[in-house]
Design a protein around this ligand. Sequence first.
Ligand code: SF4
Length: 407
Amino acid sequence: MTSPSTAEILDALEAGEPLSVSSAGALIEDPSTGANDRLNALADAERKTAVGDEVSYIVNANVNFTNVCYTDCKYCGFYRRPKDPDAYTHDDDVLRGKFARAREFGVTEICMQGGLTPAISLDRYEEVLRLAREEIPGVHMHAYSPAEIDHIQRKTRLPLEVILKRLKEAGLGSIPGTAAEILVERVKKMISPMRIPVERWCEIIRTAHAVGIPTTSTIMYGHIESPADVAEHMGILRAIQEEAPPDSGGRITEFVPLPFIPYDNEMGAEFDISDVADLDYIFRIHAVGRLFFKDHIKNIQVAWPKIGIAAAKKALSLGVNDMGGTLIEENITRESGGEYGQALTVGQFREAIAAAGRVPVQRSTTYERIPEDDPRYRPPRPGDDAMLGDGASGGEKLLSLGLPSKI
Ligand code: SF4
């Protein structure tokens, strides 16, 4: 049987048929303007049906409690060896200071990930969650990637369910769906041989869902993958979502495509990748994500620190409904050579969304709308720029301002 053309796939989508993995791959592969225009219009219409015209953002802070890591991911410019002069593992005092700064900023979420170091025990992972919630009562802890959960299990040999329940009890609200890179073993082995395999990532995410912990989902693309690999990855995420227990509260809340940043890490040089993926390819992945996940994952997020605010605004017209977070202290993208600064103020988010002709709305981690009369609503405030520090650039290119990409 011959494969359908992209025009036929788009016709079938218009007729309301679901998108198969192979057809998703074909759409991601087709660079022709005619196909892309139709794809974007369909994705935009699907977005409107699924979530309306509001574009959400979250007021959050990124806290990295250690940059010491033995995993050597080739795409990572963040990690340090224990004896490196700029290696750190923060103690309670430093962490309290970071949480206090986040509280002052008015965050509803702390996003927390760190390197994988044997020096940190499960008890310490629990303590840090409790510490954050002591400093910021009610804050949602979005923390500990599947790689960190795997690391904890290898260290403690406790069952995954036990670890996840203990972390939940200590205040873990949700898990970032990072460490997936691309869920195709052949590619994953080439770009991050020390990282957890595909099956292990899936097992941890499924177990988190089973114990009632929501997760996000990501893909890192724009390196050596093919469009079919991207589609295969999406197929795995959709299958996981279909299996999520309906009443546990554990499910994928969003899909976040993350283009590989090739500048300050080994992987760019090893695979001779000198630039971030072509913007049209980036846009097709967002648009196909919207159409592929449909009712399964209704929130498609654009990663503004990776592509800049101008491209993020454009993505709002092709299926995207979420702009991510204010991300005070975003380190991992920045230290891998990200060019677009580390943070946006609430005012900058709202202006960018309104300028794209859409309605800005603050949300919680689990996509609950936070209206202006909710005590958690965080209005723009004078002085927000100053709180963000030198690395903030409003999502414009730092290099164009004469600042270095690695600060
Ligand atoms: S991406 Fe995470 S696990 Fe990999 S080297 Fe960096 S800090 Fe370590």
